[in-house]
Design a protein around this ligand. Structure first.
Ligand code: GUN
Length: 309
């Protein structure tokens, strides 16, 4: 193709061959970042133990035999052991009543040796999750699920932060990704991830859009985002053509695809060619949730004992 020079003299050649830019995203190594955080917590726990002669303690409550929950709980207890946090297991069979579980929570609430209480979700159908989560004393609510802590979070006054969204923020910070002023899209509005992620991203001065099952043109909204947090629970939902070149992609999903392979909410192979940063599944957000649970347990311990930073 030829264009005229401004003076109308010699034509110059304009290069119209568009180079196909194939970006390969930086992989955010959640496994490594979580290990760094656990090491930092372990150092602080050891120091505090020297100072006050006690270590933090986390009560881990599992009700029923859900295999995925059993794996999560085992990993949480393993992290406690590695860090020097005492974990106290309470494994209840699915036959236990709601009243049994509420009684256990009451005794853990009143046990001065217990700093954090974690009740693994989901609970069996005959037990009200809301009732159980509201029964946990807010100071011991290391999941940050209690309505008081959810309220404090929305007022930017929470000292216990919801583990998975807090893990997302840590991944961004420790990868040197600026949040302030960015357009962030969260896909999914769950109480555990989507809703608290709104608060944490907003507190960091991102402009936040939340997409859900009734959102029109999700692809269009995602395409405008600098940061996407995919927490929709649908295998490989976010495709390459829904992502802006250079966007940062955080994948909170853990799903099995049709072949039974563990995949996230992001079509990794496609999206990693467009994004600048991306978390893998497994090895992205997952380990961060546990690291942040450990951090909350340490924070709860310090607050309960009046230990200042
Ligand atoms: N089940 C799935 N995710 C979580 C979590 O973060 N905390 C608890 N308690 N249960 C869960």
């Amino acid at each position: 193709m030829f264009g005229l020079c401004q003076n109308g003299s010699l034509p110059i050649k304009i290069n119209t061959i568009k180079k196909e830019i194939v970006l390969t995203a930086n992989i955010i190594d959640g496994k490594k970042i979580a290990a760094d955080i656990r090491k930092e917590i372990a150092e602080e726990v050891a120091l505090l133990n020297k100072k006050v002669g006690v270590s933090p303690a986390l009560a881990v409550v599992l009700v029923g035999e859900d295999p995925a929950s059993a794996v999560y709980v085992r990993n949480k207890k393993r992290a406690c052991e590695e860090i020097g946090i005492r974990s106290v297991s309470h494994d209840l069979s699915a036959e236990n009543s709601e009243a049994d579980l509420l009684k256990l929570i009451d005794s853990l609430n009143n046990d001065k040796e217990i700093n954090g209480i974690l009740v693994q979700l989901p609970l069996p159908k005959h037990i009200s999750e809301a009732k159980v989560l509201e029964a946990i004393r807010p100071e011991k609510d290391v999941d940050c699920f209690h309505p008081v802590n959810v309220g404090l979070l929305s007022l930017n006054k929470a000292y216990l932060k919801p583990c998975t969204p807090a893990g997302v923020i840590e991944l961004l910070d420790r990868s040197g990704i600026k949040i302030e002023g960015k357009d962030a899209v969260i896909i999914g509005r769950s109480n555990i991830v989507g809703k608290p992620a709104i608060q944490l991203l907003l507190q960091r001065n991102a402009t936040v859009t939340v997409c859900h099952s009734k959102t029109k043109d999700i692809g269009e909204k995602c395409k405008k985002a600098d940061i996407i947090v995919a927490a929709v629970g649908i295998a490989e939902f976010l495709k390459g053509n829904m992502v802006k070149e250079g966007a940062v992609i955080i994948d909170v999903g853990i799903n099995r695809n049709a072949e039974g392979k563990l995949v996230g909410d992001v079509a990794f192979d496609e999206v990693s060619k467009v994004a600048s940063y991306i978390t893998p599944v497994p090895g992205g957000v997952g380990p961060m949730t546990i690291a942040m649970l450990m951090k909350n347990t340490l924070t709860a311990f310090k607050v309960q004992r009046g230990i200042k930073d």
